[in-house]
Design a binder for this molecule. Structure first.
Ligand code: NCD
Length: 309
């Protein structure tokens, strides 16, 4: 590739207008699957996952396969040369010779950024530690936009592990660029949003927000409820995790407090924070959200590879 490749590390790497185009493309893909079925014939996507994943890795792979391309990669650190001590940058220099685009997930914050500096192909951050998860954010934005075709004038409740949940950090960063967005941050005191988001993102940009402990209190005013699981793997001890797990359980009874058209989102996997009885509620949008994840990743692959259909 002669041109410098374009990467996606952070949702802010795309302007609001570019995000709109990406979401429009995802909607067109949803409506016209056939039209895109050979758009990436002959292209390869590498998925380099140093941390467990089901949805993100499989949705990237499904996205590339739906576009007619092929996939290669590894699903865990021990099945890669990282186990032999190879650095991420060396791995990326090599992968650049084998694939046209790559998605990387790593437990260390910033690892995908370092990787991108050594790659001659587009690199997508598929989650770095507790930091960012931009493709989940694109999925979340597309799902939020499905509520009434635009992202504005919304009260968004983010509930659960706001300290370690990277999807929440990424989503707040992305949403503050839209008009009249207000947040209700719902968490136990131990899992409050980190200062670098509260101070440097919310307060600095004059974004209205409240922090509350009780979900019931927030429920009636929400347009979107974004549930998250307690991030067990980022806790220092199991005892604290067990104390926090089970703090919030969204069930049918709590759903009666919500607006009729509120959407419930969850990046998944769910542990116990949404009772399965909520799945049949038409406001439960989390499985639809997982489906949108494939369309938006298809749109992203086409955009980063600069393929027009
Ligand atoms: C999220 C993640 O990996 O951060 N999962 C996902 O990509 N859909 C959320 C989570 O693991 O809780």
């Amino acid at each position: 590739m002669d041109k410098k490749p374009r990467h996606l590390m952070n949702p802010l790497d795309f302007s609001v207008e570019e995000l709109e185009s990406l979401m429009d493309l995802a909607k067109d893909i949803e409506a016209n699957r056939e039209k895109y079925a050979h758009a990436c014939d002959g292209k390869k996507l590498a998925t380099l996952f140093y941390e467990p994943s089901t949805r993100t890795r499989l949705s990237f792979e499904a996205a590339m396969l739906n576009l007619g391309g092929s996939v290669l990669g590894f699903a865990s650190e021990d099945s890669s040369s990282a186990a032999k001590g190879e650095s991420v940058s060396d791995t990326l220099s090599v992968v650049s010779c084998y694939a046209d685009i790559c998605a990387i997930r790593h437990p260390k914050e910033g690892a995908p950024l370092v990787a991108s500096q050594h790659a001659s192909i587009p690199v997508i951050n598929a989650g770095d530690g507790g930091h960012q998860h931009p493709t989940q954010t694109l999925t979340d934005l597309l799902t939020i936009r499905s509520l009434d075709g635009k992202i504005e004038n919304l009260t968004i409740g983010l509930c659960g592990d706001l300290k370690f949940g990277r999807t929440v950090h990424s989503l707040i960063n992305a949403l503050i660029r839209y008009p009249n967005i207000r947040f209700i941050l719902i968490s136990p005191p131990e899992l409050r949003i980190p200062d670098y988001i509260r101070e440097d993102v919310l307060i600095k940009n004059d974004i209205p927000f409240e922090e509350v402990i009780k979900l019931e209190e927030a429920m009636p005013s929400l347009d979107i409820l974004y549930m998250t699981r307690v991030q067990r793997e980022r806790f220092f001890n199991e005892e604290d995790y067990l104390r926090m797990k089970g703090f919030y359980i969204l069930d049918k009874k709590k759903m009666t407090l919500a607006k009729d058209n509120m959407l419930v989102l969850h990046p998944l996997p769910r542990v116990n924070e949404i009772s399965v009885e909520v799945d049949e509620d038409p406001r439960a949008a989390y499985f639809r959200q997982a489906q949108y994840g494939v369309y938006i990743r298809m749109a992203l692959i086409l955009t980063l590879l600069d393929i027009k259909v």
